[in-house]
Each structure stands twice: as C-alpha cells, then as structure tokens.
Design a protein. Structure first.
Length: 343
C-alpha cells in the first residue's frame, strides 16, 4: 500500500525542518565561537599581563572619574578586567612619570589631560618626563570646562565683583587647587594675571581636601573641573561665579563664561584621554584605541559624561596630536606671562 500524499508532504516538511534546524545550530555555534575569538584576540593583542589605568591624582577628582568610567566600559568591551590605580604626588608628576618609565608592554595606560601633558613642561624646571617624546596618545574621550566657585559669605557673587574686591584688597583672597601645577592652579593664576589682581594660592593633595576647606570657610575660591564642582553647586553650598569654556556649560545655563564677563580673554576646556609609553607596539596601541573608542561612544558612557558636565569627544589620532601641539604652545605663553611655577 502506497503512502498517502499528505504523509509524503508531511515527511518532506519534517526533513526540511530538521535540516534548517541543524544549519541554525551550526550558525549559532559559529557566531558564538567568533565572538569568543574576537574577545580573546582583543585582550591578547593589548597585553598578556594584567591591564591597568594609572590616575595621577587622588580619588574623587576629574582624572579619577574619567579613568574609572573608561576602565569599567573597556573591560566589558575586551573581556578582560582593567585595574584603576591612583599614583599621586607633585600635582600630576609622580603618576605620569611612573607610566613614562614603565616597560612598553601595552599593559598600562595613563589618564592624561592638558595639565600633565601640556602644562607641566612649563611649570617644572626639572620635569622627569617629556610628554611629547615619552607618550603615545591613545585618544581623547571627553573635555570639561572649569567652574569658578566661592565659599558662602563672600562679599560678592559675580566674577566682576571678585576682581573689584581683589583690587581693593590685594593678597586677602585665597584660592584652592588640587596641587601645584594642576589646571586648578594654572587657570586661575592666568586669570588673575590678566585681570591685574593678587590672590594667594593654597595647594591641596587633590580636590576633596580642597572642598573640605572651601565648605568650611577656610579658603575662599576654587576653580575646579565641572563634574566635581557640580554636586556642591546643586546642593547650594557654594556660590558659582563663572565657567572657563568658550561657550556656557549646558548644565549651568545662567552662569557666564569668563570671556562673557569682560574680565579677561581667558578660556580653557581640559581634554581627557589615555596615553601609553611611546615605545608600545603598534598592535597594542591600536587595540587600546579600538577599545577606548568603542567604550567612549557607548550611549551610557556619553550620558554619564554629559550628566557630569562634560562634552564627549572622539577626535582622530591626527586631530589629537594637532590639539596637543597647539595647546603646548598656547599654555607655554600663558604660563610665562603669569610667571606661574610649580616647584
């Protein structure tokens, strides 16, 4: 007895389904193996040693924030953990020099910004590293303006009022920084010089002790990076006087830039990114670049940076190097004019 047409059709369908299912399983396995292979290659192409990002400032500041955000997301991207290590001292010199002297095995990157890559050569007589010769930029991830804030109870609430008071009371006002030679030191020093006023610099070991004294009324002013200044501004515990960018900070739309106040033609946005020892292999450099770029362009990372008052950026390697070269010359002149020294 011959099978019915329906049985033949059903059998044919079942055979096709089994074949397609088998192909699907094979495709899924190949995809999974490909992903595992990609992760393995990504991690191994950076270094066969544990990965680290060195932050040359204490926890709680702008350097630390950028380093930890990137490390968290990059670890997910490459499938290998990245330890963040704070190495502090002499502003940003100790941690930066530490990375400059490391073997160029691709295992350790430095959080670099305008202060330790551009300003330090003009602030220290005997800087132990050369930021241009000793490092290769991985890339920039974000830029921040600075925000000038003051303690409660000051006899002014604008930058113009501050300058007028300082002219009438030379040497009476104090301003904090996270250490000699930091952007928190150099930027206001350049501003006071341009405005023709005399204020006393009080350096601290990082931003957090500076805030302790600012909020306690033991120091008058602090020109800090936007992300670490913002919580105190939102809490209403400080007076906000100006921002340092070319444009107003979107998170502080009612606060004028320095240039808008007419006090001086001074502007600074500090970029942040990662740097490797100069002799690191091209393969490791490219692996770090790929991982950092992918991490920095993730929506949640951009959101964290923007909420902290930053501007996410993703310039090409050529653009990064051109920016460093331009800022190198610009801040050489500003630091010389203001006669700022860190040692």
């Amino acid at each position: 007895m011959k099978p019915s047409i329906n049985v033949v059709v059903i059998g044919s369908i079942m055979r096709k389904l089994k074949a397609n299912l088998a192909l699907g399983v094979v495709a899924s396995l190949l995809t999974a193996l490909s992903l595992l292979s990609t992760q393995s290659v990504s991690a191994q192409s950076i270094s066969d040693k544990p990965l680290r990002i060195i932050v040359p400032q204490p926890p709680g500041g702008g350097f630390d924030f950028v380093g930890r955000v990137l490390a968290d997301k990059m670890a997910t991207t490459i499938g290998q953990s990245i330890m963040v290590e704070n190495r502090t001292g002499a502003g940003t010199v100790v941690g930066t020099d530490y990375v400059a002297k490391l073997p160029a095995d691709g295992s350790t990157a430095l959080v670099g910004s305008i202060s330790n890559i551009v300003m330090n050569p003009w602030l220290y007589k005997n800087l132990p590293y050369d930021p241009i010769k000793d490092f290769e930029p991985v890339g920039f991830a974000i830029s921040y303006s600075y925000t000038l804030i003051g303690r409660k109870g000051l006899p002014f609430n604008t930058l113009q009022g501050l300058i007028q008071y300082a002219k009438e009371n030379p040497g009476k006002l104090t301003y904090a920084s996270g250490g000699n030679g930091t952007g928190q030191h150099v930027l206001p020093a350049a501003l006071w010089n341009k405005a023709g006023v005399d204020l006393v610099h009080v350096p601290y070991r990082g931003a957090q002790p500076a805030y302790t004294d600012l909020l306690g009324g033991r120091v008058d002013l602090f020109f800090d990076l936007a992300p670490t200044a913002r919580p105190h501004i939102e809490a209403g515990s400080v007076v906000t006087l100006a921002t340092s960018g070319a444009k107003r900070n979107p998170n502080l739309p009612n606060v004028p830039t320095i240039i808008e106040t007419g006090v001086a033609n001074v502007e600074l946005e500090s970029w942040f990114g990662l740097f490797l020892p100069a002799k690191t292999s091209p393969a490791a450099i490219n692996a770090w670049r790929t991982a950092m770029t992918k991490a920095a362009n993730q929506a949640d990372v951009k959101e964290r940076f923007e909420k902290a008052g930053g501007h996410p950026i993703s310039p090409t390697t050529e653009e990064v190097k051109a920016t460093i070269a331009k800022d190198y010359v610009r801040w050489k002149n500003l630091i010389a004019d203001a006669n700022v020294k860190a040692d």
